[in-house]
Design a protein. Structure first.
Lengths: 421, 159
């Protein structure tokens, strides 16, 4: 693993990496030149063959998503999802702030491949530095003829602009993002129809996460076989793993998919911060079920994590040492979900608040003997009963902590204090 | 290819969030009058504008201090032993609780969850600036700087 050379983060750390001059000097926009001379169908086939899967959390094959867009020359849109907000996740912000042009280049190629002439960047409202850098980066791209009319003499036109979100986690869900772009409340829409058929202003729309698009120029430059040589058979390519919590060196580490969790924690993040051993790991952001030390040798790819009863999610690894109160961890995450529930579906709106209240009283030593059953029954009332995946996601911290640390809940309820305190 | 006329109508509504940001810059929050003006300018029903504004946490319905401090209390900031300590420290230092504004109108203290700074925890935002790897010493310096900046600004406005 030590020999792996960064691909997505190759420009991070280079002075002024956000400027187009630096990006061009380092080989930027060569993939765009190549792509514009390639028939769109071939590009779609290339991305399909590469095995690239969405990096926003769901892991859907990107090439299939491109293929779902209608071939007819109707109005179509591309949206770049820059609404990173899943607790534990800070990978997109790195690319957004330090390498905007790689994302712009990926977005232009995607728009050309699916035949969209208008693209939007939806950036999290809190990313103020990102907004400033993106306004500048887009200006630079226009000035160099990479955006606007007749891009590089290809006859292809594309306009791109930044749209700032305003503080709503749910807008990372693609249909909520579309509603927010339209200037509405960021409430998810019923699927189907999927955005590829009925998206922004009811037109076919391709929505991609930042990290997904950042892969595209490299696939165009180096080919599908090269891309598939990185990672595992079904989880191809590099991945940004952002690691935080009780490790010595928290941060972003770009590694091939399938890198063992233990390698990421021990070799890259420097291991545990102190003498206390590892107790629990959230492998892919707040909404992925937590794992325990027995899972440390798991390869970090889409399939292996599902097999272990969790998900790769955003690749945001949160490490917790012995002594951490797992009921408090669940309570804190539920506080987040209760706050961020958009309110549209009653099971999610009421259920997340109810879960938060029960978890809070357990932490405060006021838990009741049947509270664990109650938690499970509220979770069962949410799962599968909401429009968007947030309901299913919100129950994961509760159910997984109950599964692995039931004794802690029992101790809290019986002795009215934390076992770990 | 969509014509300008086709694009113009939905585009008007899509300007709403941007318009709300601009309106909020005037008074630091969205007063009922400000919401009304936004509705008029975009030719949208007032109820639609209010409903949309109320959905997003970065739009405020109440006045706030000159500097809004948002301390992250998300999981990673909590694990870094920083979140609670920082909130307690700022509450004592500013003499207000979370969600409150100092009597001189200078600072509003809030808690939020996750600023995508989990690897550089603990973190907080002050207005649009992000501050990471915080210690109480760094917070002291920052608060002093902000007070100084506010005084210079007030003096400039008086002159």
């Amino acid at each position: 693993m030590g020999s792996f050379q960064p691909i997505l983060t190759r420009n991070v750390g280079v002075p002024n990496s956000e400027r187009i001059a630096v990006y061009l000097e380092r080989g930027g926009y060569t993939a765009l030149r190549k792509a514009l001379k390639t028939p769109p169908d071939e590009l779609i086939a290339l991305v399909k063959d590469s095995g690239l899967r969405g990096r926003g959390g769901a892991g859907f094959p990107a090439g299939l998503k491109w293929g779902f867009m209608p071939k007819e020359p109707v109005t179509k849109y591309v949206c770049v999802n820059m609404d990173e907000g899943e607790p534990g996740t800070f990978k997109d912000r790195l690319l957004v702030e330090h390498d905007p042009h790689s994302i712009i280049e990926g977005a232009i190629i995607a728009a050309y491949a699916v035949g969209a002439r208008r693209a939007f960047v939806y950036i999290r409202g809190e990313f103020f530095l990102g907004v400033k850098r993106w306004i500048k980066a887009i200006d630079e791209a226009y000035a160099h003829g990479f955006l606007g009319e007749d891009i590089l003499g290809s006859g292809f036109d594309l306009d791109l602009s930044v749209h700032r979100g305003a503080g709503a986690y749910i807008c990372g869900e693609e249909t909520a993002l579309i509603n927010s772009l339209e200037g509405k409340r960021g409430e998810p829409r019923m699927k189907p129809p999927y955005p590829a058929q009925v998206g922004l202003w009811d037109e076919p729309t391709l929505v991609h996460n930042v990290e997904t698009l950042a892969n595209v120029p490299h696939i165009v430059n180096n080919g599908a076989d090269w891309y598939r040589s990185i990672g595992t058979e079904r989880s191809a390519g590099p991945k940004l793993f952002c690691i935080s919590g009780h490790v010595r060196r928290p941060g972003n580490y770009e590694l091939p998919l399938g890198t063992p969790l233990r390698t990421i924690i021990e070799e890259h993040a420097g291991g545990m911060r102190g003498a206390r051993p590892l107790k629990a790991v959230i492998p892919g952001g707040a909404s992925t079920p937590m794992l325990t030390p027995e899972h440390l040798d798991i390869p970090m790819d889409f399939e292996s994590l599902v097999e272990a009863g969790s998900m790769l999610g955003t690749g945001a690894i949160v490490v917790m040492e012995e002594g951490t109160c797992m009921v408090e961890v669940a309570r804190r995450l539920m506080d987040f979900f209760a706050h961020e529930s958009c309110g549209q579906c009653t099971p999610c709106r009421v259920g997340t608040r109810h879960l938060r209240d029960v978890l809070t009283r357990i932490v405060q030593g006021k838990g009741k003997p049947d509270d664990m059953d109650l938690l499970e029954s509220i979770c069962a009332g949410i799962v599968g009963h909401t429009l968007c995946p947030m309901g299913d996601a919100a129950v994961n911290p509760v159910l997984s902590s109950l599964k692995h640390f039931r004794d802690e809940y029992e101790h809290h309820i019986q002795y009215k204090r934390c076992k770990e305190a | 290819m969509a014509t300008d006329a086709q694009v113009l109508d939905p585009a008007r509504r899509s300007r709403l969030l941007t318009a709300l940001y601009i309106a909020q810059e005037q008074e630091g929050y969205l007063s009922p009058q400000a919401l009304k003006r936004v509705a008029e300018r975009l030719d949208l029903p007032e109820a639609e504008v209010f409903s949309t504004a109320s959905f997003y946490t970065l739009f405020r319905a109440e006045p706030v201090g000159q500097y809004v401090i948002q301390v992250c209390t998300g999981l990673s900031c909590y694990l870094a032993d920083g979140a609670e300590r920082l909130v307690d420290y700022l509450e004592r230092k500013l003499g207000v609780g979370a969600g409150e504004t100092t009597s001189d109108g200078m600072f509003t203290l809030e808690t939020v969850q996750c600023l995508a700074s989990c690897g550089t925890a603990p973190a907080m935002r002050v207005n649009d600036e992000l501050y990471e790897n915080l210690t109480t010493e760094k917070v002291d310096m920052l608060i002093d700087q902000l007070r100084e900046r506010a005084e210079r600004w007030a003096a400039f406005n008086r002159s």
